[in-house]
Write a protein that binds this ligand. Structure first.
Ligand code: AHR
Length: 488
């Protein structure tokens, strides 16, 4: 691998490391919020969860959905908590008490130091509810909705125009043309309330969607001047025992991003637009969706246990690799939200009334968030290839480098399940670099997981410091591993 400052991709927008809190399962209730929990603060938020959220380091959190937002009345979540209605949430067939609404979420966001990214309901609602919400959140006062809020404006900058409206499962599912018109008119009204906001139009719910490609072209064809980003969602899992394909799924993310960028730039050319539409990859993760597929007729419950996937070392390596893919596209992917933050396909798990702990996937995410800041450099790589059933021939090594004043950090994944790999890094273009530290996520048992009984079974380990000699560094990447090599 050759790392050279000339191979510049772009600056990392810190929002690339975002997360997602949906009113789904136990993400909000018994996840971030649990009055009566031994660690609850005066507002009912769990301090143990909050501490882990701060450690994770996500700078922006998308809220309140997800599929949930497409049936949500945000007005149910304001005013005295005791007077708020309990509603049936159709997305997850759950009881929504509305004890947490936008005001509570903002209090929590300030406590943990994250910026909110707000989604509006374009499933069952539309222009009026969306522009009222912007008025409620962002105007200083002197109008009906802003006076109801009271206190300082929330100043929410980034807004999603609905969620996954291309999906037949979505409440208020639309054709691309139907969505595009509604998104455009809603965007215009929201911006008339607050011209400083940034807007994300819904892209496809996944690369496998039958309308993928034409959906983006139609939506951006209509909304191009009114929006700033198009969204992408992507979830990955191991199918059967095909671990090699799973370990290579970041190649699918790479192709998906390239295709959305190409589509957005096609619309740009056709419409003679000058600005570029960037990407908000606002839902991504490992999600064992096939396990959830049977659960279509859920019991109606409050804060049910929903999609509480437990992540292994292998899953953590894949999460690290997906982050490498996002970084590689830092010139166009400006926002990323790992779905989700707590309990629901999450990096952080909690027990009601009990402990909070880090999943294995917490670690590559927290380390990349912390050290992957600066300018992304695409290394020139020559690596052995191998054949996978789902993605064809892929390299066994995937890597990216990030340069900052502190030096260069290389994030690298060895996709071989059996063989360690010796990585030679040519650093001659960066002669000031002289020392290195190697952190790894790998295990003799690639299925090892963290649990409430054993919360630190999977943690990052430091290996022997590699030597930098004559502008070259050599380091051994264990089989099936995610690696961070900090060179200064
Ligand atoms: O993150 C879980 C769900 O996945 C979200 O609610 C939805 O947007 C997506 O399909």
């Amino acid at each position: 691998m050759t790392v050279d400052p000339a191979f510049r991709v772009g600056e990392v927008d810190p929002r690339l490391y975002g997360s997602f809190v949906e009113h789904m399962g136990r993400c909000v209730y018994t996840g971030i919020y649990e009055p009566g929990h031994p660690t609850a603060d005066e507002n009912g938020f769990r301090r143990d969860t909050a501490e882990l959220v701060r450690e994770l380091g996500a700078p922006i959190v998308r809220y309140p959905g997800g599929n949930f937002v497409s049936g949500y009345r945000w007005e149910d979540g304001i005013g005295p908590v005791g007077e708020r209605p309990t509603r049936l949430d159709l997305a997850w067939r759950s009881l929504e008490t509305n004890h947490v609404g936008i005001g509570e979420f903002m209090t929590w966001a300030r406590t943990v130091g994250v910026e909110p990214m707000m989604a509006v309901n374009l499933g069952t609602r539309g222009i009026d509810a969306a522009r009222s919400l912007v008025e409620y959140c962002n105007l200083p006062g002197g109008t009906y909705w802003s006076d109801l809020r009271g206190g300082d404006p929330y100043g929410i900058k980034t807004w999603c125009l609905g969620n996954e409206l291309d999906g037949p499962w979505q409440i208020g599912h639309k054709t691309a043309t139907e969505y595009a018109r509604l998104a455009l008119e809603t965007a215009k009204a929201m911006r008339q309330v607050d011209p400083s906001i940034e807007l994300v139009a819904c892209g496809s719910s996944g690369r496998q969607m039958p309308t993928f490609g034409s959906w983006e072209a139609t939506v951006l064809g209509e909304t191009y001047d009114a929006v700033d980003y198009v969204s992408m969602h992507g979830y990955y899992q191991q199918h059967g025992d095909d671990r090699d394909s799973f370990l290579a799924c970041a190649t699918d993310m790479d192709h998906f991003i390239d295709e959305v960028v190409a589509t957005a730039d096609h619309v740009r050319a056709v419409g003679r637009h000058s600005k570029k539409i960037n990407i908000s990859f606002d839902e991504w993760n490992v999600w064992y969706q096939s396990r959830f597929a049977g659960e279509t007729n859920l019991e109606i419950e409050e804060a049910p246990h929903l999609i509480e996937d437990v992540y292994s070392v292998t899953d953590a390596v894949v999460v690290g690799n997906l982050l490498i893919s996002l970084l590689r596209h830092a010139d166009r992917v400006k926002i990323g939200c790992q779905a989700q933050l707590v309990n629901v396909i999450a990096t952080i798990m909690t027990e009601p009334g009990g402990a909070a702990w880090r999943q294995a996937s917490f670690h590559p995410y927290a380390l990349t968030t912390r050290y992957g800041r600066g300018t992304v450099l695409q290394p020139a790589i020559t690596a052995p290839m191998h054949e996978t059933a789902r993605h064809g021939e892929v390299p066994l090594l995937d890597a990216v480098a990030v340069q900052s004043d502190a030096g260069v950090v290389v994030f690298a994944v060895n996709r071989s399940q059996t063989e360690p790999m010796t990585l030679d890094v040519d650093l001659r273009a960066l002669p000031a670099l002289s020392q290195a530290a190697h952190t790894v996520i790998a295990d003799d048992d690639p299925d090892a997981v963290n649990t409430v009984q054993e919360p630190d079974r999977v943690t990052p380990r430091s290996l022997d410091d590699p030597k930098v000699d004559g502008g070259r560094l050599q380091v051994v990447l264990p089989a099936l591993s995610w690696n961070m090599i900090r060179i200064s």
